[in-house]
Design a binder for this molecule. Sequence first.
Ligand SMILES: [Zn+2]
Length: 714
Amino acid sequence: MKTLFILPLAVFVGIMTSCKNNTGTSAGNSADSASTNPLLTASTLPFQAPPFDKIKDSDYEPAFEEGMKQQLAEMEKIANNSDAPTFENTFVAMEKSGVLLQRVNNIFNTVTGANTDSVLQKIQEEVAPKLAAHQDAIHLNAKLFKRIEAIYNNRAQLKLDPESARLVEYDYLEFVLAGAKLSDSDKVTLKKFNGQLASLSAKYTNQLLAAAKAGALAISDTTELAGLSQGDKDALAQNAKAKKLDGKYLIALQNTTQQPLLQSLANRTTREKLFNASYTRAEKSDSNDTRNTIINIAKLRAEKAKLLGYPDYASWVLQDQMAKTPQAVDKFFAQLVPAATAKAKSEAADIQKVIDQQKGSFQLQPYDWNFYSEQVRKQKFDLDENEIKPYFEINNVLQNGVFYAANQLYGLTFKERHDIPVYQKDVRVFDVIDKDGSQIGLFYCDYFKRDNKSGGAWMSNMVDQSKLLGTKPVIYNVCNFTKPAPGQPALISFDDVTTMFHEFGHALHGFFGDQQYLTLSGTNVARDFVEFPSQFNEHWALYPQVLQHYATHYKTGKPMPQVLVDKIKKAATFNQGYSLTEILAAASLDMQWHQLPANAPLQDVDKFEAVSLAKTGLNLSQVPPRYRSSYFLHIWTNGYAAGYYAYLWTEMLDDDAFAWFKENGGLTRANGQRFRDMILSRGNTIEYGKMYRDFRGHDPSIKAMEQKRGLIAE
Ligand SMILES: [Zn+2]
């Protein structure tokens, strides 16, 4: 049974494009009352594509209610079955449950993410806690779990096929992790902890929002803003005006420690002020100070893990991940730290040289880093976006780059169609056709920014693949590229190109899903595995044969000159010591907070942070963590607790897997087919470590990642 959830509003920006998860399952639904609400019945469009032309905002809430009601009834029926538990009457029956809920949830997440409005936002707030309670009601159903457990304990005798055996193990573990094995009184305690944790997370979010708002830096004298463009200054004056600070300039804080304007601010005192405003935003000993809240969350999480039988929260979280244990993550960090910090130190030395040349006579501080590294970048790696963009016309990138690579590697072809309803007119729809001419599914893309779209980029399913349910994948990619004026070509940056390849990598993982069970299908995999296919696909953007095929000037049709290609490649290694070290520092803090045992004495947040960074060799005074504990939203409010490492872990996988391609002849159909057969089509049907080793021939190595980031020579 797949865990269902409503996607949160995009409250944070990941270091890479964010991705999302999917939902539950089930068979037919009652046909009555469906005449007016199109969500209540399966779509009759090709591949059950959502009938966006018929769905109204008011259809969602009743469909959610009905979907939850139906699934609860289905689960009750399974739990109360008087027949002895079998794989069919329990696991398969659970897979067939919740079809309506799955459908409405998928479609709802599509529109709330990409094309929301105030009505949908309100439904989102109302439905999210109901859905969480719905999941709990299933996971903590003692009769249901008894059947699951009986089959699990007897699984060796059942002669199940490998995918079915994996489903038994997966469902069993998910129920156990959710507390199914607890006594009744412990279940009460667990619910109490979950409730307290939810309110503490909400409190943290509110405190941090208020703290960040209050931490905005007001400047009265324009000389303090030397280095900023007039446009920047006008925007800051506008910010100030909106806060009734007429005549001043207001610099709002971004989520990360480093602030974008630090790159341009020539006045060192202003830089220091802005940096300190960011660094101490949530540590002012006022009502917005998050430190006590953090301590309470960490303590409660440790107690929850103990209640569930795990030594610490990270151990609980990592059970169903590829890394499996906090020790594996710590070992991974320890391998990366020496090269990352050595590179950061050499970058610091380069910057110090610039400061000295300019007779700065001061020691480099974190608030100087971006200002001077920007000068180093201009000297060593200057890449003018305006020179590059004419080679990246969006349709050309899509058809002759993204689709072309998928054709050369996997034999796919794509055909645009105009008969499928879309939720917004910018959305395009393509048939995805396999090498033998059969149709795999539908691909929607929605690339341009809108006011009612969440930030970032993501992929998800409107319809999930499952042979049991007879469904094929309907998949979409959403991005936030600047929309050109009418009649103008959309020329995008190389970052945007990379994002298109990234999100399409997720799409391929979804399209090649070939599973019996939706729960294990396509991109329904662990968080520290899901970014592997997407980041892997990014590599083809710069692969010579692919790049030559799509990077042609939109006016002249001429290929991109080699000197520009070389500049793009070289720029990719710029400042990598700093950027890897700051991420490692944040990821390491996350792991250390969540390895605290339940009986750990209440910690002083700042002291804990200093000791933790020193212990792991990540206490470089010039390279602070990307997020300090007090403003690390990812880990205190949502699914990234003991999970921030996943970004780096999957980077190791994708670089190492790409190294296999380089060692074996690069872009060929045979290599693509092998990757498709061994990784992209396997969903979560094989233990991740084994799946990877079978493909690569050995455990993942960090060498290719270190080379790509320019930390060690190729
Ligand atoms: Zn992604």
